[in-house]
Write a protein that binds this ligand. Structure first.
Ligand code: DAT
Ligand code: MG
Length: 143
């Protein structure tokens, strides 16, 4: 088992539902540690750059418009196998397919507005963490 870091986003729909703390609690109960976090309202350019891998997809415009519709909470989580464990807690991309008890099953209503983002690999995680956070903003636990 390896200690990993992953990027987590509470998307505008979940911030609007006022469940930031509930979502953080689920990460903490699973043993994932928040080592960086901030609230921000993404610009169109910032959202487009983050989702650049999807720019040819038909839903890209709607995705960018959703991600800029309200503030988000961007965090770095650290823990054993953090990338896959975080994605398990989020559930499937489409909330209709998400397992009971996952964040997307409980808080998302559609694939377009699905409450949360989680990096899909350690390679993506490194790019995504560096996209939002400077080295100084990530705070390893010292106690
Ligand atoms: P994930 O967020 O689970 O990593 P993804 O990387 O395939 O999923 O897609 C990024 C986001 O784009 C996803 O969270 C919601 C949106 N999306 C994906 N597929 C979609 C679809 N078929 N219709 C509308 N939005 C979609
Ligand atoms: Mg993805």
């Amino acid at each position: 088992m390896a200690v990993e870091r992953t990027l987590s986003i509470v998307k505008p729909d979940a911030v609007g539902k006022n469940v930031i703390g509930e979502i953080f609690s689920r990460f903490e109960r699973a043993g994932l540690k928040i080592v960086a976090t901030k609230m921000m309202h993404l610009s169109k350019e910032k959202a487009e750059g983050f989702y650049a891998e999807h720019k040819e997809r038909p839903f890209f415009g709607a995705l960018v418009s959703f991600m800029t519709s309200g503030p988000v909470v961007v965090s770095v989580l650290e823990g054993e196998n953090a990338v896959i464990r975080h994605r398990e807690i989020l559930g499937a991309t489409d909330p209709k397919k998400a397992a009971a008890g996952t964040i997307r099953a409980d808080y998302a209503v559609s694939v377009d507005e699905n409450a949360t983002h989680g990096s899909d690999s350690t390679t993506s995680a490194e790019r995504e963490i560096n996209y939002f956070f400077s080295k100084e903003e990530v705070c390893p636990r010292t106690r």
